[in-house]
Design a protein around this ligand. Structure first.
Ligand SMILES: NC(=O)c1ccc[n+]([C@@H]2O[C@H](COP(=O)([O-])OP(=O)(O)OC[C@H]3O[C@@H](n4cnc5c(N)ncnc54)[C@H](OP(=O)(O)O)[C@@H]3O)[C@@H](O)[C@H]2O)c1
Length: 486
């Protein structure tokens, strides 16, 4: 595995701990080695010290005494150089040639998006993208994959100039989460949910990805991204398609990805001819209190322009043109500095057609609800009505909960572990295909264009620690629904 960007945050926080955990459960190939590449000058020992620091901080492991860490460390090496310098790639090639018996090479682009193009081009030009006699070559590209439709197309075009689509793995770590994969099992390995998974029984769907953190130290990136690019175009669109897709004919990468793409293509364009902005709300957090801490507003954060219009919150109302979903709105929301860190999908069912308990029970019947909790407490819950014990006929909603940790124990693999292993095995089911990335940008880019055109008024604010702006309540309220209280 070649990590390009080996001195960065992602490598330290996610990749090195994931490699360690994979080795600990003996899932890595016997002849596995890592070559780290970045500009920072350091030698192999320096990179090994970086690995030890990463394990200490993010895996709670002391590399000095841990046998697995020690054995892995001996297989780490490091190359420094500029990413546009052909010499770096010549040296990389020599290093790879020295590693005997490797089945293939996985290049991981853990670098800033503006360097993706250079590295892909240089890997291609130096002949590293293919090696018929020396095993497979694959490349993992981190998010964000482009910043709009034309840049995503350009990146796909460049990648396809040097790599087959089969070699390209566009990562969306949400797809590596257990609950997200379980959604496929839940829907397509059980006979009882699919018959009611449609417009006849489902009233609407809400997908929420809430963060308590602010922009932290990532203002440089976030100012150019915003919530729509950072969360909606990738993670929330993936979740939406897993809920909305038709059953694939088999559990193969192309069958699953074809059906997801169909679902995405059935989403009605949000903006057409400049119309449709009433389906989208954006906002920025002001100062406030989150988890008992007094926090500054977005415009006061370090590295944020004082007149910034970057959205830290977005809510969307989507309609899908399909027989299954016609008339069922999908509401998506995401934001920073919200009261709670949680990601969930809520399927709100219709009320029973006849309320026969209306006269006897003082409380109205609550409609059924199915909640897929993606993080942090991974699980699935169903809400249904029950009779309260006692002489009177009184109803109350109760929850039936399945929790991953309680059912199967604590060891749920991290998303990056699952995805790294899949990429090594050449299974792209949980990665975005080129057409999915473009179709998703085709929905999102017109919103950015409309916002940039200046036809839209000032950006609304919400108090840090609140559930977003009033405009988001109006967006969902206009359809006679309410956001769930989480
Ligand atoms: N951090 C996360 O948790 C996270 C999560 C999801 C996605 N990502 C994505 O993963 C990629 C890497 O993110 P990161 O947080 O690890 O970034 P980072 O901390 O800034 O690291 C970037 C890495 O790329 C190297 N690099 C090479 N050319 C560079 C250039 N021209 N400018 C800046 N750095 C350059 C840096 O090392 P040298 O300076 O030594 O060359 C460093 O190793 C990004 O695409 C990001 O969007 C990160």
């Amino acid at each position: 595995m070649v990590i390009l960007g080996a001195s960065g945050d992602l490598t330290k926080r996610k990749l090195l701990p994931a490699i360690y955990h994979l080795e600990r459960v003996r899932r890595l190939p016997a002849r596995f080695a890592v070559i780290g590449v970045a500009r920072t000058p350091q030698d192999d020992e320096g990179f090994r010290a970086h690995f030890a620091a990463s394990l200490r901080e993010f895996a709670g492991v002391d590399a000095a005494t841990d046998e697995v860490a020690g054995s892995l460390a001996s297989r780490l090496s490091y190359l420094s150089g500029e990413f546009d310098d052909p010499r770096l790639y010549r040296e990389l090639r020599e290093r790879l040639d020295q590693i005997d018996g490797a089945e293939g090479v996985l290049f991981y682009l853990a670098i800033p998006p503006n360097v993706y193009g250079t590295v892909i081009e240089m890997l291609g030009a130096s002949g590293l993208a293919s090696s018929p006699d020396k095993g497979w070559r694959r490349i993992i590209v981190e998010k964000p994959f482009g910043s709009d439709l034309s840049s995503a197309r350009e990146l796909n075009r460049l990648a396809h100039r040097h790599f087959d689509e089969k070699q390209v793995f566009r990562i969306d770590h949400y797809l590596g989460k257990e609950t997200v994969q379980n959604l496929l099992v839940f829907r397509f390995a059980n006979g009882m949910f699919e018959p009611i998974w449609n417009r006849r029984y489902i009233d609407h769907v809400q997908i929420t990805a809430a963060e308590t953190v602010g922009v932290e130290r990532r203002a440089g990136y976030y100012e150019r991204a915003g919530a729509l690019r950072d969360m909606v175009q990738n993670h929330l669109m993936q979740l939406l398609t897993l809920v909305a897709m038709e059953p694939p004919t088999s559990f193969t990468a192309e069958s699953v990805r074809d059906r997801k793409l169909d679902a995405l293509l059935s989403v009605q364009p949000l903006i057409e001819g400049g119309q449709g902005l009433e389906h989208v709300v954006r906002a920025q957090y002001g100062s406030g209190w989150v988890n008992g801490v007094d926090v500054p507003g977005y415009l006061e954060e370090h590295g944020v322009a004082r007149a910034s219009t970057t959205e830290t919150y977005a809510a969307l109302r989507l309609h899908l043109d399909s027989w299954r979903w016609a008339g069922v709105p999908f509401f998506l929301r995401t934001g920073k500095r919200l009261p709670k860190r949680t990601t969930e999908i809520a399927i709100q069912f219709r009320r029973p057609p006849l309320e026969i308990f209306r006269r006897v029970s003082p409380s109205p019947v609550t409609a059924n609800l199915l909640v897929v909790n993606v993080q942090p407490d991974e699980g699935i819950s169903v809400r249904f009505e029950a009779k309260l014990p006692g002489m009177r006929m009184q109803l109350a909603p109760v929850m039936m909960n399945f929790r991953y940790k309680a059912a199967f124990g604590g060891d749920v693999p991290e998303a990056y572990e699952t995805l790294l292993l899949d990429a090594m095995l050449g299974d792209p089911t949980l990665f975005s295909r080129h057409d999915f990335a473009e179709a998703s940008w085709a929905l999102i880019t017109p919103i950015h264009e409309a916002w940039a055109s200046g036809r839209v008024g000032t950006i609304p604010q919400y108090e840090a620690g609140e559930w977003g702006p009033r405009e988001a309540e109006t967006l969902i309220g206009a359809e006679g629904r309410r956001w769930r209280t989480l």
